[in-house]
Every structure is written in C-alpha cells, then in structure tokens.
Design a protein around this ligand. Structure first.
Ligand code: COA
Length: 326
C-alpha cells in the first residue's frame, strides 16, 4: 500500500484548520440476541474453537436483526445517556456497508423510526466508516448543525458465506451510536487522518447478491501497515506519542492485528479497548461498540486522549485523536 498519509488525507494538527468544538454526550450499543459460539462452527465446519480463538481472538459473535433495527436500538440508548430527545437531533450520519435496501438510504428508516429532524445520510467507507462518519459530523457543525447522531451499524452475516471457514468465523452483526453536541468550549477532534488506496479493492470485496471475498493474509498485512501509518501521522501532527494515549479504540477485526498495531505505537495491552472476543468483526459498529463498552466500564475520564483507528475494504483507513470530556 502506498499508505502515504497526506495523499487524500488530512490531519488536524499544527498549522491545519481545526474542526469545530464538540462533545460526546451519549453512547449506546445493540447486539442481536442470537449468540453463535466457536463451538457452533466447530460442529459443522472443518475448524476448531482453539484455531479461531488463537488466530483471531474471537470466541463468540451475534447474528440477526436488520441494519436499521440495530441502529435504532443503539441510537435510543445513546440518546437516553445524553438526555437528548430524538427531535432535537438535526444531523444523522449512519455508517454502514450493509444497507437494508439499495434505495433509499438506511438512515431514512432510522430517522423516521426515531423521529429525528434535519439531515440524514448513509456513509460507506467499510470498516473505517465510523471514524469517517464522526469526522464528517463534527465538520458539519461548522455548517450550522448542532446535535448529531453518529451510528455505525452492520449485518455482515447477510453477506458472509457460512460454509467458508475462512470468513464465516470472523464477521458478525451489531451497532454502536454516539450523540455529539456542538460546543465552543471543548475541542473533541484534535487530529484526524482519512484515506484509502483503491488499488487494493480486489483483496476484500462483495458483489451485489454475492458473498464477501477476502485474501485474509494480504488484508492482515496491509491492515497493520495502514493503521500504524495512519495513527502515527495523527500522533505526529498533534505532537503526541503513544504514552499520551489513555485508550486505544481500534477496529475489531483480529486480536493479532490489534496487538501488532498497539505494539508498534508503543501502547501496552491494558490500554486497548477490546470487544471482538464477544462481537466478532462488526465492521462500522466495532469502534463505537468498543468505545461505548469502555465508557460504560468507566475507563474514561475527562481530558483523556482516545485514539480511534480503523481500516477496511477499499482499502480505507481512518484515525481520529479525541479528547474525552466536556
Ligand atoms: N479454521 C481452521 N483453519 C482455517 C480457518 C478456520 N476457521 N480459516 C482458515 N484456515 C486455514 C487455512 O485454510 C490455511 O490452511 P492451509 O495452510 O491448509 O491452506 C491455514 O488455516 C492458514 O491460513 P492463513 O490464511 O495463513 O491463516 P492466518 O493465520 O492468516 O489467519 C485470518 C487467517 C483470516 C484469520 C487472518 O489472515 C486475518 O485475520 N486476516 C485479516 C482479515 C480481516 O481483518 N478482514 C476484515 C478486514 S475489515
């Protein structure tokens, strides 16, 4: 990958225009009821609990629901935490790679079901999509929006071949949502880097009506490199180092990818937010799921620096350095 951060990428560090002030006031998650364990796959595919756990870190995942249904559930929880009514929301950005329909955008159904007002649209940057959506929403505060719901929701089980052991054990369903409010008093996004290398499209893709196709080893290799380079570019642009990061919230694809990235960034394991052991890879949902669980576990304090970094089909990558708090 020519992961030259700067080519199509932008970091909000020294000398760069800053994003408008914002604060995260609510967070919420949704996972379908059906739990599928590694033992369930072991019973019907040529695989084992030991292989899946060792090679990926995943022990169980959730299958079911619709993208809009999971998005609504996560959003309702986030609104409740924020103490914000749905009708106060004037911007809804839904990151998904598995829309319910081709037309209209899944955010239409979510907007109607919640009773939001204002603008709503879907964004697809695959598994890097949630960070793209977050940076987009905060940027749009400059255009006058003031309360945003940013949701990552995916139902990857619908586009995964359950007979293919190399992908079936990885992908799953879920949603995570954040409520963001515009404020001049808090700089939320200290730096960001959004990018992609479209020449890598062939290593992970899904044609209409078909299942995902993936060159696992190549995706692994590229993912580590892209994530490290993207995160390093943001740390460098903002004059921070791994030592300054209170919580690393990576895309949850493979524990070995997360560990390799964290190690290169100088982050010890205790500072990574991990949910993939019980969620699998939920694409757009994985970063807000991990952030929300960390917030619920009271792992975050005002002023903490949070580094979010994801990668996905495209290949896309996205990093944002946030300052938690109000
Ligand atoms: N159970 C048992 N064996 C499996 C298996 C499974 N579920 N899946 C693959 N294997 C086998 C392979 O067929 C291969 O067998 P072979 O040597 O006989 O050909 C062997 O395990 C090793 O395969 P390899 O691809 O080298 O394994 P790996 O250690 O790279 O792990 C992935 C495979 C898919 C888990 C890993 O490459 C990965 O996580 N890649 C990134 C995927 C990703 O992040 N995708 C989402 C991007 S958003």
């Amino acid at each position: 990958m020519t992961a030259k951060q700067g080519a199509g990428a932008c970091s909000g560090g020294a000398g760069r225009p800053r994003l408008p002030g914002a604060t995260i006031t609510g967070w919420g998650t949704a996972l379908p009821d059906t739990v599928v364990t590694n033992a369930d796959f072991e019973a019907r595919l040529d695989t084992s609990d030991a292989w899946i756990a060792e090679r990926t870190g995943i022990r169980e995942r959730h299958f079911g629901g619709t993208t809009s249904g999971l998005a609504v559930e996560a959003a309702r929880r986030a609104l409740k935490v924020a103490g914000v009514e749905a009708e106060e929301i004037d911007l809804l950005v839904l990151s998904t790679t598995t829309p319910d329909k081709t037309v209209p955008a899944t955010s239409s159904a979510v907007h109607a079901e919640l009773g939001c007002r204002g603008a709503a649209f879907d964004l697809n940057a695959a598994c890097a999509g949630f960070v793209y959506a977050l940076v987009t929403a905060v940027s749009m505060f400059q255009a006058g929006f003031s309360k945003a719901l940013v949701i990552g929701a995916d139902t990857l089980s619908r586009i995964t071949d359950m007979e293919d052991r190399s992908t079936a054990v990885l992908f799953a369903d879920g949603a995570g949502a954040l409520v963001l409010e515009s404020t001049p008093d808090h700089e939320l996004v200290l730096g960001h880097d959004l990018g992609l290398d479209g020449s890598l499209l062939p290593i992970l893709y899904c044609d209409h009506g078909e299942y995902m196709k993936m060159e696992g080893k190549e995706v692994f290799r590229r993912a580590v490199r892209a994530t490290v380079e993207s995160a390093e570019s943001v740390l460098s642009a903002t004059g921070t180092t791994g030592d300054d990061i209170a919580l690393f919230v990576p895309h949850q694809a493979n524990k070995r990818i997360i560990d390799a990235v964290a190690q290169r960034l100088g982050l010890d394991e205790s500072r990574s937010a991990i949910v993939l052991d019980h969620t699998g890879n939920t694409s757009s949902a994985s970063i807000p799921l991990a952030l929300s669980e960390a917030a619920d576990a009271e792992r975050l304090n005002d002023g903490d620096l949070v580094l979010m970094s994801g990668f996905g089909a495209g290949m896309t990558w996205a990093t944002a350095l946030l300052r938690w708090g109000r």
